[in-house]
Structures are given as structure tokens and as C-alpha cells.
Design a protein around this ligand. Structure first.
Ligand code: FAD
Ligand code: MLT
Ligand code: ZN
Length: 484
């Protein structure tokens, strides 16, 4: 790539940013020994942008000062946490004029209030560290996803991440009580309340959550904590059809009630990819059944109670014919092993080559019909495509991913057919009154599709909000809302 020297305005801005954050925390392509690819390349390697600089503030005052300086220089900002997002929302565009605002130095746990069941953390705190801090206090922070070792709570809030515990605890949105945010004007909104009730007007917290860095920069958050379960058991069940998986979910709700904390479905081809790329993980039951289900039972009494509840659920399910075989983990290590298999699907499909990735949601009751109809449509339009189906069936959220036919180059397939595949899938989602994004967000990848599937009045209100809060389009331009 050719490099051009920064303009005078950019040179002045870089000098200001260095003054605010310190030389060591303003990285450019000229910084010796630093490769900006870490911040410029998205996780799926779909896009590699070029930043003017990566700026790493240490506190909220520095974030505010950076935003003010960028606003004065009309330079746009891309907020970034762990850069694990899957929809191209956290990396700069190719212009070489954007600032990546990396939040990872702001990673402190500010406070834990055990009586109020809350924790206040800075936005760059890695999710796993937040979980560990809660655990050290004898409490639970339930948000859990495959990227938890590197994603940050700021990114989780920015995307309203879901994960594997939503069936019981809700999305990141439901876990958040308060926010501290730097606005597009560089003002600080101090909203770090731990209140569970507050009806003093518009709930700005909910505007910020899921806004993917387009409305403000989240610098800290107050999140809910929960009591730890007394015992946790995990079962892996073979189910004969998607209808059976939905029937099993109904039974699990009835029999386990609030102890049902996870309900994941995994298709045979998805599991075959884990078996192929990670044979050491020993995927159970996948060869004998089209679908497997992972169920988690978090009991508030004790292990014996959890086990007997689980056994009667599985027995009843077998009698109804919705489970054909099952294993219940005997230990925490075995349970972790089963979850590890589930979480490895994302990496296994990446190993297999790029695919057209989806994170759709449909009412649980309609999922079997959706899958049957859409599989048939895709097979007709793109003969030989392989469906990497898995996801959070408990929440009606499927990763309904379309992989190139056997032997075809994945990259070439995605390049040639992504738009047409999306049209087939999203038209079906719309027919079934679902959502084209249940958890990964819109980013850049789906910004062009949003106007086709979002209610026009809702879209107009979204544009009005963006204009009101960020009139000069400085925060993550082109993400969520495409240019009009
Ligand atoms: P980034 O990728 O850095 O940013 C994501 C978006 O949030 C961008 O638009 C960015 O601008 C914005 N943002 C980041 N920080 C801030 C901030 N402080 N203030 C304002 N905006 C900000 N997602 C799920 O929902 N469920 C899953 O189960 C799941 N599993 C995954 C498994 C793997 C292996 C991988 C790689 C990803 C997975 N994801 C999942 C996607 C991703 O991890 C989530 O979207 C996560 O919330 C992103 O966090 P991050 O810190 O990496 O954010
Ligand atoms: C998951 O549920 O594993 C994630 O959302 C990641 C993915 O879709 O690959
Ligand atoms: Zn997911």
C-alpha cells in the first residue's frame, strides 16, 4: 500500500492527541515496531482498513478530550474494544483519516456492591475478567460467549451481545443498569446508577446499548450480578428433528423453570466441522442424529436435586420421542468440554473457509418451518451448499450459515453469492416476521440491507436520533445507518 504523509490538519491533531494520552498511546503507521493490523483488520478477515492513528486513552477525561479534539478537526472516530465483532463495525475504513479509539487500557473494576448485586466496570474490561471479579465476590455475572477471553464489556454493550445464557438472564441490555458515556461533543454523561427503577424520562441507556459506537462512547457501566447456582449440570442430547428440539425446549422450560440457563442447538454438519478440524475434542453423538442439543440446568438447591430433575426431564423427552440418546456430564470438567465443543463451531467453520454468516431470530414456534423452507430454497438456488446451523434455540436465535459446496473455494463463493444468499435468507426471515440480526448487530456488513427490512418509520426515527446526537456524523460513520 502506498503511504502519504499526514496533512497539516492531521499533524496538528496527532500532536494534540499525544498531548492528551501520551506519546506511547497514539500509534501510527510511522510508530517503530508497531503493526496496526491488530486494530485495522476485523476478526473474520473480511476487511482491512487504514487508520490515521490508534489512540488508547487511560480514563474518561482523556476520552472526552480526544473526542473534542477530533470533533474540532472533523475527524471521525471508530470505537473499538476487543475487536471480536463479526459485522465489520470496529475497524477503520480505508481512507487513512479515521481514529481508532481503543478502549482496552480502561479496564478497571471500579466497584462491587454485594448488597445491591451490582458491579461497576470500565468499558475496556475483558468479559472474562468481569466474570472472574464477580466470582471472587461469590456472585455471578452471567453473560457468556465464545469470545469472552478477548471481547470487552464496552463492545458487549455496543453490540447488545447475546451468548449462551440469554434464555435465563437476557441480553447484555437486560444486564445493564447504568452507563457513563462520552457524547459526540466530548461531554460526559455520568449515568452510573445501580437503580433498578428510574422513570425520569427517556431511557438514554437503552439508546446507547446496541448502537455499535454510532451514538456515544461508553466508558463505564454498572451491571447486574446474581447469586451463583448451588449446582450446575450440562446434558448433550441427540434429537431427531428441529420440531423435536423445539418440543424438548418446551419440556425443559416446564420441568426446569428458571433453572434452565442454556439451550443450544447444533446441526450435524456444524458438528462434523468441529470433528474434522478439532478431532481431539471428541464430539458426542453427532454421527447418529441430524441435531444435537446442549442443555444447562443451574439449580439453586443442590447437585442431587439438579441430577434428579435432569434425569426425569430426559426420561420424559425420550418417552415423547424428542430425544433419542443423551449424555449428562459427570463433572465440571466434562461439562466444560461439552461447552468447548459448542464454542468451537465458530472457529471450525472459519477453518473450513469463509461462509455467509447469519444471526437471525424467528419466533421459536416457527423455526422448524423456517429451516425446512429456507433449506429447500437455498438448495434449489445454490445446489450443493452446506448449512452450518447452530445457535441459541432457547432465544429463537439461529446462526444459519451458508457454506460453499464441497470442493468449491469458500472465498470465491462468498464473493460471488453473498448478496443473493442474503436476499433469500432475509426475505424468508421477513416473511416469518423475524429479525435479520439477533446478536451480532448491523455494522457495515448489513447497513445496506437494513433499509430493506426495517420498518421505515423506525428507520426514520433512528436517523433522527443519530442526527440529534451526532450531527456531524463523527462516530463510526457508515455503520448501522448507511449514507442516505
Ligand atoms: P468490538 O468488536 O471491538 O466492537 C464491536 C462494536 O461495538 C463496534 O461497532 C464498536 O465500534 C462498538 N464498541 C466497542 N467498544 C465500544 C465502546 N466502549 N463504546 C461504544 N461502542 C463500542 N456475539 C454475540 O452476541 N453472541 C455470541 O455468542 C458471540 N460469540 C462469538 C464467538 C466468537 C468466537 C467471536 C469471535 C465473536 C462472537 N460474538 C458473539 C461477537 C462479538 O464477540 C461480540 O459482538 C462482542 O460483544 C464484541 O465485543 P468487542 O469488545 O470485541 O467489541
Ligand atoms: C456463537 O453463538 O457462537 C456466536 O454468535 C458466533 C458465531 O455466530 O459464529
Ligand atoms: Zn451466537
Amino acid at each position: 500500500m502506498t503511504t502519504s504523509s499526514p496533512s497539516l490538519a492531521h499533524t496538528t491533531l496527532l500532536a494534540q492527541l499525544r498531548q492528551i494520552c501520551g506519546d506511547a498511546h497514539v500509534l501510527t503507521h510511522e510508530t517503530p515496531g508497531v503493526d496496526l493490523a491488530t486494530w485495522e483488520q476485523d476478526w473474520r478477515k473480511r476487511v482491512k482498513g487504514r487508520a490515521l492513528a490508534v489512540v488508547r486513552p487511560a480514563d474518561t477525561a482523556q476520552v472526552a478530550a480526544v473526542v473534542k479534539a477530533c470533533a474540532a478537526a472533523q475527524t471521525s472516530i471508530v470505537p473499538q474494544g476487543g475487536n471480536t465483532g463479526l459485522v465489520v463495525g470496529s475497524v477503520p475504513d480505508a481512507s487513512g483519516t479515521q481514529i481508532v479509539l481503543s478502549m482496552t487500557r480502561m479496564n478497571a473494576v471500579r466497584a462491587i456492591d454485594k448488597d445491591n448485586l451490582t458491579i461497576t466496570v470500565e468499558a475496556g474490561c475483558v468479559l472474562q475478567n468481569l466474570q472472574a471479579a464477580a466470582d471472587s465476590a461469590g456472585l455471578l455475572f452471567p453473560l457468556s460467549l465464545g469470545a469472552e477471553g478477548s471481547c470487552t464489556i464496552g463492545g458487549n454493550l455496543g453490540t447488545n451481545a447475546g451468548g449462551t445464557q440469554v434464555v435465563r438472564y437476557g441480553n447484555t441490555r437486560e444486564l445493564c443498569l447504568g452507563l457513563e458515556v462520552v457524547t459526540a461533543q466530548g461531554e460526559v454523561w455520568s449515568g452510573l446508577t445501580g437503580l433498578r427503577k428510574d422513570n425520569t424520562g427517556y431511557d438514554l441507556r437503552h439508546l446507547m446499548i446496541g448502537s455499535e459506537g454510532t451514538l456515544g462512547i461508553i466508558t463505564a457501566a454498572t451491571m447486574k450480578l446474581f447469586p451463583q447456582p448451588a449446582a450446575q449440570l450440562t446434558a448433550w442430547a441427540a434429537v431427531p428433528s428441529m420440531e423435536a428440539a423445539v418440543a424438548l425446549l418446551g419440556l425443559a422450560h416446564q420441568r426446569l423453570g428458571p433453572s434452565l440457563t442454556g439451550f443450544e442447538v447444533m446441526g450435524q454438519f456444524a458438528l462434523s466441522l468441529v470433528d474434522k478440524h478439532y478431532p481431539q475434542l471428541r464430539v458426542p453423538l453427532w454421527q447418529e442424529t441430524p441435531w444435537c442439543v446442549l442443555i444447562e440446568n443451574s439449580d439453586s438447591e443442590n447437585e442431587a436435586h439438579a441430577r434428579s430433575q435432569f434425569e426425569s426431564l430426559l426420561e420424559e423427552a425420550m418417552n415423547h420421542g424428542c430425544v433419542t440418546d443423551a449424555v449428562v456430564a459427570e463433572s465440571l470438567t466434562q461439562a466444560r468440554g461439552l461447552w468447548h465443543i459448542r464454542e468451537s463451531i465458530t472457529l471450525a467453520q472459519q477453518q473450513e473457509g469463509p461462509n455467509v454468516k447469519h444471526d437471525i431470530s424467528i419466533a421459536v414456534s416457527l423455526i422448524p418451518a423456517f429451516v425446512a423452507e429456507t433449506d429447500a430454497l437455498l438448495a434449489q438456488t445454490f445446489p450443493g451448499v452446506r448449512m452450518v446451523d447452530f445457535g441459541h434455540l432457547g432465544d429463537g436465535n439461529l446462526h444459519y450459515n451458508v457454506q460453499a459446496p464441497e470442493g468449491q473455494d469458500g472465498k470465491a463463493f462468498v464473493l460471488a453469492h453473498e448478496d443473493a444468499v442474503n436476499t433469500v435468507v432475509f426475505d424468508q426471515v421477513s416473511r416469518f416476521k423475524g429479525s435479520i440480526s439477533a446478536e451480532h448487530g448491523v455494522g457495515e456488513l448489513k447497513a445496506g440491507k437494513l433499509p430493506l427490512y426495517k420498518d421505515p418509520t423506525a428507520l426514520a426515527m433512528m436517523r433522527a436520533v443519530k442526527k440529534a446526537l451526532d450531527p456531524h456524523n463523527l462516530l463510526n460513520p457508515g455503520r448501522v445507518l448507511s449514507a442516505e
